[in-house]
Design a protein around this ligand. Structure first.
Ligand code: GLY
Length: 382
């Protein structure tokens, strides 16, 4: 299944595929490239390079791989040292500006590879192979690149949409359960932004399979559930694509909505130590807090908040405040005020409304509003 979006001046072709076998032919002929992967995706990178167990016999495409850069897996690896490693691998391989950076992995790898491509000799070519659910439904498409700096999530980054993004469903068969759960949180987030709750209900329809002991086999080997999962991924890509087309650099009112759950979620991730919670676990908890905030401001109807909470709980997310990993609220508030989504002294929160979500800004000086946030993250019902 192919979807094409125009992000600013770049046309991005997104291929949602069944198997990793098609990756090489989709990428086509490339005269020089550097593959970037982590220790979990070396097999896929090797198969793209044509050196792994999976050979592309009869493949007419020539893919000249000049270098492979293997990074450690996980959020703690999303730092400047590893971006530098990618840039050095490209330099050592003699990659020119016409060379291609190919990132193969989840959001950490695709964000860092895209960032490296965006600054390499003022901008090299880029292709991404997204291998996690979270990467497919959120991170890979839309052009946000970056890495964590000064203990702030994605503090350094650029907008650099990839003209080619491949999402092979096959890579999900080995995804750890916690990573699946992380991806489902972003899927739920996107569904909350849709203009009605049909997509949210559709995701709810996958819940029984998700909580069954033989997940993900229960979904990936069942023809109906597998195509339902594929349809949900495609729908999320489409919703995000339309939002980003309308507001590619988050200067308007649309793209900011994709940050639902993220102001609270990023602060939680940072305050408990980057890498302790998955991004999706933090976002799910953040969505729950966004519902609390929306309800207390009279923006989120209780029925909608309860529906969202029920769905989050049914998928097994921790939704209660304070979060069990949080020792005290001071650290959380400090991380909240450091969030890169802060504009001047305002914090932006996205809260569900009747059909989708809206953005609200709270000024640091608005003592009553800050007190409201402190009470919400402390678990008070207000
Ligand atoms: N992950 C949110 C965005 O791409 O804007």
């Amino acid at each position: 299944m192919n979807v094409t979006f125009t992000f600013g001046t770049v046309v991005s072709e997104i291929h949602i595929e069944e198997s990793i076998h098609s990756i090489r032919s989709i990428i086509g002929s490339v005269s020089s490239c550097v593959l970037v992967c982590d220790e979990n995706t070396t097999g896929i990178a090797a198969s793209i390079a044509g050196k792994g167990q999976i050979q592309n016999s009869g493949d007419q495409n020539t893919l000249q791989v000049c270098g492979i850069c293997v990074l450690p897996a996980g959020e703690t690896a999303k730092n400047w040292a590893h971006v530098e490693k990618i840039l050095k691998a490209a330099k050592d391989a003699g990659l020119g500006r016409d060379g291609v950076f190919i990132g193969v992995g989840g959001g950490v790898i695709t964000d860092m590879t895209a960032f490296a491509a965006s600054v390499y000799m003022r901008g090299a070519k880029l292709a991404l192979v997204s291998t996690t659910l979270l990467g497919m439904v959120d991170a890979a498409a839309g052009g946000k690149t970056g890495f964590n700096l000064f203990n702030i999530k994605n503090f350094a980054g650029t907008f650099y949409p990839s003209p080619l993004i491949i999402m092979p469903l096959e890579t999900l068969s080995t995804l750890p359960m916690r990573e699946w759960k992380s991806g489902f949180a972003e899927l739920i987030k996107t569904a909350i932004l849709d203009s009605n709750d049909d997509f949210l209900d559709r995701i709810g329809g996958l819940k029984d399979a998700f909580v069954s002991p033989n997940f993900p086999t229960s979904v990936l080997r069942d023809i109906v559930l597998r195509s339902e999962l594929l349809a949900c991924i495609a729908k999320a890509v489409e919703i995000k694509g339309r939002i980003v087309e309308a507001d590619p650099k988050e200067t308007g009112t649309r793209r900011v909505l994709l940050n639902l759950g993220h102001t609270f979620g990023h602060a939680l991730e940072v305050s408990v130590g980057l890498g302790s919670l998955t991004h999706g676990e933090a976002v799910a908890w953040g969505i729950a807090r966004a519902c609390d905030l929306g309800r207390s401001l009279g923006i989120t109807e209780p029925e909608r908040a309860e529906k969202i909470m029920r769905l989050l709980v049914s998928f097994g997310y921790e939704t209660r405040a304070p979060h069990s990993c949080m020792e005290e609220t001071g650290r959380f508030m400090a991380a909240l005020f450091n969030d890169k989504k802060k504009k001047a002294d305002k914090l932006t929160f996205i809260v569900p409304d009747r059909n989708s979500c809206i953005a609200i800004a709270i000024e640091k000086e608005e003592k009553m509003e800050i007190e409201r946030i402190v009470r919400i993250i402390g678990g008070e019902v207000i």
